[in-house]
Write a protein that binds this ligand. Structure first.
Ligand code: HEC
Ligand code: HEC
Ligand code: HEC
Ligand code: HEC
Ligand code: HEC
Ligand code: HEC
Ligand code: HEC
Ligand code: HEC
Ligand code: HEC
Length: 377
C-alpha cells in the first residue's frame, strides 16, 4: 500500500519543486522588469525607438539599393534628441508605419530619390494642411512635369533632424539657397539679405515673405507683377517701421500718384491678368539685388538712374531724370520751378473757371433784364 502511495508522494514533491521554482522565476522577472522600467524612465528614447536604434545606431550600418547606390542607415541619437518630433513622443513607427520588426518588408524603390519620395508621404498624416498647400505650388508642378528634384518636405525640413524652420530667421532663406544658389547670392548682398544675414534683422523680407512658403506660385505672371507694389507696401508704407530706418513711408502713395502708378492701377482694376508694360518698384530697384539708394551701385543712384529709365525709355536724354520728381512731393526747395508752376496752375485754373462762370451768369442776367425791359416798353 505504501509502495502504491510512493509515486503519488514523488508527484507532489515534484509539483512542489516546480511550483517554488516558478515562483522564484516570477519574482526574478518582476524585480528585473521593475529595474528595466526604472532604467527606461531615465532613457530619452521610447520603446520602439530603442528597438530600432538597437541596430540603426550603428554608424557602419549600410545598404546597397537596387540601382547600386550605397546609403548609410545610421540614425544618430544626438540628431533625434534635437529634432522636434522625437522629444514630442513621435517614434520611428509613426512615420515608418510598415516597418515593425526585422526582417523588414521588401523595399519598393530603386534609388535614394525614390526612397525619399516614397517615405516623405508620412508627413501628410499629421501635417495635412501643409501637404495640401504644397500640392498647389510651382514645386509640385515641376515634379508633375517630371523634375523629381523639385523639393518635397524632407528636402527643406529633413526627416530625422526636423527643427523649427524659422529659428534663426536667416535659416528660411538658406533653406531655399540649396537649390536657388544664384538668387541667394544676389539676395545675400542686397539691402534686405545683408541686414538679415549680418544683423539677424527681423524687419527685412526673407524669401517666403514675398513668395509664400508651401504654395509658392510663379512670380513671373501678369498677376504677380501687377500686385507686386502691394508686396513692397506691406513694409514700405508702414510709417512706424520705416521711421526706424530713417526712410520715408510715402514711396507707395507717391508711386500711386505717378504716371507709372496711375497707369498700373487702371490695369489692376480692369485687367488684372493681362501683362502690362509700366514700371513697377522692381523695374527701377531690382528684385533680389535691391541696394540702398546711397550705394554707388544702386540702379537708382543718380549716376545710374538714366540707364535704368532707358531700359524702357530708350530715347530719354540727360534732362529726363532731372525733370522727374521721383518719390518726392513737389516742394519749393527741391523743385522750385515745378512747385511754382503747380501753384500758378492750381490757382490760375480755378480763377479762370470762376471768372467764366460769373461771366456766363452775368450774360444770362443781362439777357433776362434786357427782355423784361423790352416787354415793359
Ligand atoms: C536587427 C537589426 C534591425 C532592427 C531591429 C531594425 N532594423 Fe531597419 N534595417 C536593418 C538592416 C540590416 C537594414 C538593411 C536592409 C535590410 O536588410 O532589410 C535596415 C533597413 C532599414 C530601412 C531602409 C530600407 C527599408 O526597408 O526601407 C529603414 C527605413 C529601416 N531599416 C527602419 C527601421 C525601423 C523603423 C526599425 C524599428 C521598427 C528598424 N529599422 C529596426 C536592421 C534593423
Ligand atoms: C517624422 C517622420 C520620421 C520619423 C519619426 C523617423 N523617420 Fe526614418 N525616415 C523618414 C523619411 C521621410 C525618410 C526618407 C529619408 C529622406 O528623404 O532623406 C526616412 C529614412 C530612414 C532610413 C533610411 C536612411 C536615411 O537616413 O535616409 C532609416 C534607416 C530610418 N529612416 C530609420 C528610422 C528610425 C530608426 C527611426 C526612429 C529612431 C526613424 N527613422 C524615425 C521619416 C521618419
Ligand atoms: C505622428 C505625427 C507627425 C508626423 C508623421 C510628422 N509630424 Fe511634424 N510635427 C508633429 C507634431 C506633434 C509637432 C509639434 C512638436 C512640438 O511642437 O513639440 C510637429 C512639428 C513639426 C515641425 C515644426 C513646426 C513648428 O511649429 O515650427 C516641422 C517643420 C515638422 N513637424 C515637419 C514634419 C515633416 C517634414 C514630417 C515628415 C518627415 C513630419 N513633420 C511628420 C507631428 C508629426
Ligand atoms: C521649399 C521648402 C519647403 C518645403 C518643400 C516644405 N516646407 Fe515646410 N516650411 C518651409 C519653411 C521655410 C518654413 C518656415 C516658414 C516661415 O516661417 O516663413 C516652413 C514651415 C513649416 C511648418 C511650421 C509652420 C506651419 O505652417 O505649421 C510645418 C509644420 C511644415 N513647414 C511642414 C511641412 C510639410 C509637412 C511639408 C511637405 C508637405 C513641407 N513643410 C514642405 C519650407 C518648406
Ligand atoms: C530641392 C531644391 C529646391 C529647394 C530647396 C527650393 N526650390 Fe524652388 N524650385 C526648385 C525647382 C526644381 C523649381 C522648378 C524650376 C523649373 O521648373 O524651372 C523651383 C521653382 C521655384 C519658383 C518658381 C520660379 C521658377 O523658376 O520656376 C520659385 C518662386 C521658387 N522655386 C522659390 C523657392 C523658395 C522661396 C524656396 C525656399 C522656401 C525654394 N524655392 C526652395 C527647387 C527648389
Ligand atoms: C522683396 C521680395 C522678394 C524677396 C525677398 C525674394 N523674392 Fe524672389 N522674386 C520676387 C519678385 C517680384 C520676382 C519676379 C521677378 C520678375 O518679375 O522677373 C521674383 C522671382 C523669383 C524667382 C523666379 C524668377 C527668377 O528670377 O529666376 C525665383 C526662383 C525666386 N524669386 C526665388 C527667391 C529666393 C530663393 C529668395 C530668397 C533668397 C527670394 N526669391 C527672395 C520677389 C522677392
Ligand atoms: C518685410 C518687409 C519688407 C518688404 C516686403 C520689402 N522691404 Fe525693402 N526694406 C525693408 C527694410 C526694413 C529696409 C531697411 C533695411 C536697412 O536699412 O537695414 C528696406 C530697405 C529697402 C531699400 C533701401 C532704402 C535705402 O535707400 O536705404 C529699398 C530701395 C527697398 N527696401 C525696396 C523694396 C522693394 C522694391 C520691395 C518690394 C519688391 C521691398 N523693399 C520689400 C523692409 C521690406
Ligand atoms: C521709376 C523708377 C522708380 C519706381 C517705379 C520706384 N522707385 Fe523707389 N526710388 C527711385 C529713385 C530714383 C529713388 C531715389 C531718389 C528718390 O528718393 O526719389 C528711389 C527711392 C526709394 C526708396 C528710398 C526712400 C528714402 O527714404 O530714401 C525706397 C524705400 C523706395 N524707393 C521704394 C520703392 C517702392 C516700394 C516702390 C514701389 C511702390 C518704388 N520705390 C518704385 C525710383 C523708383
Ligand atoms: C519697365 C519699364 C519702365 C521703366 C524702367 C521706366 N518707365 Fe517710365 N514709363 C513706362 C511706360 C510703359 C510708360 C507709359 C507710356 C504710355 O502709357 O504712354 C511710362 C511713362 C513715363 C512718363 C510719362 C509719359 C511719357 O512718356 O512722358 C514719364 C515722365 C516716365 N515714364 C518717366 C520715367 C523715368 C524718369 C524713369 C526712370 C527713373 C522711368 N520712367 C522708368 C515704362 C518704364
Amino acid at each position: 500500500m505504501f509502495n502504491r502511495l510512493l509515486p503519488n508522494l514523488r508527484c507532489i514533491r515534484a509539483f512542489g519543486l516546480i511550483g517554488s521554482g516558478l515562483f522564484v522565476i516570477a519574482i526574478t522577472i518582476f524585480i528585473l522588469t521593475q529595474q528595466t522600467s526604472r532604467v527606461s524612465a531615465d532613457y530619452t528614447f521610447q520603446e520602439t525607438e530603442a528597438y530600432c536604434l538597437g541596430c540603426h545606431s550603428n554608424p557602419d550600418l549600410k545598404m546597397t539599393l537596387p540601382n547600386g547606390e550605397e546609403i548609410s542607415l545610421f540614425i544618430s541619437t544626438d540628431m533625434l534628441a534635437e529634432s522636434v518630433h522625437s522629444p514630442a513622443g513621435i517614434e520611428c513607427e509613426a512615420c515608418h508605419t510598415e516597418i515593425k520588426t526585422y526582417p523588414h518588408p521588401e523595399i519598393e524603390f530603386q534609388t535614394r530619390r525614390e526612397m525619399s519620395r516614397s517615405y516623405y508621404l508620412a508627413c501628410q498624416k499629421c501635417h495635412s494642411a501643409n501637404y495640401k498647400n504644397a500640392q498647389d505650388s510651382m514645386h509640385a508642378r515641376a515634379a508633375e512635369a517630371g523634375n523629381l528634384d523639385a523639393p518635397i518636405c524632407t528636402d527643406c525640413h529633413g526627416a530625422h533632424d526636423v527643427t523649427i524652420p524659422d529659428k534663426p530667421r536667416s535659416h528660411v532663406s538658406s533653406t531655399c539657397s540649396t537649390c536657388h544658389q544664384e538668387i541667394y547670392n544676389e539676395y545675400k548682398v542686397s539691402i534686405h539679405g545683408g541686414a538679415l544675414i549680418q544683423e539677424d534683422n527681423p524687419d527685412v523680407p526673407v524669401c517666403t515673405d514675398c513668395h509664400g512658403v508651401h504654395n509658392i506660385q510663379d512670380p513671373r505672371t501678369a498677376q504677380f507683377r501687377i500686385s507686386s507694389p502691394d508686396l513692397c507696401a506691406s513694409c514700405h508704407a508702414n510709417q512706424e517701421l520705416m521711421a526706424k530706418y530713417g526712410l520715408t513711408a510715402d514711396v507707395y502713395n507717391l508711386y500711386n500718384l505717378s504716371w507709372h502708378g496711375v497707369d498700373l492701377s487702371v490695369y489692376k482694376a480692369r485687367w488684372p491678368n493681362t501683362w502690362h508694360y509700366s514700371a513697377v518698384c522692381t523695374d527701377c530697384h531690382g528684385v533680389h539685388d535691391i541696394l540702398s539708394t546711397q550705394d554707388p551701385n544702386s540702379s537708382v543712384n543718380p549716376d545710374n538712374l538714366l540707364a535704368t529709365c532707358q531700359k524702357c525709355h530708350p530715347d530719354a536724354g540727360p534732362n529726363w531724370t532731372g525733370a522727374w520728381v521721383g518719390h518726392n512731393r513737389i516742394d519749393p526747395q527741391r523743385t522750385p520751378f515745378l512747385y511754382y508752376t503747380e501753384v500758378f496752375y492750381s490757382s490760375f485754373s480755378p480763377f479762370v473757371l470762376w471768372m467764366s462762370l460769373i461771366y456766363v451768369i452775368l450774360q444770362i442776367f443781362h439777357a433776362i433784364v434786357g427782355r423784361i425791359r423790352r416787354s415793359l416798353q
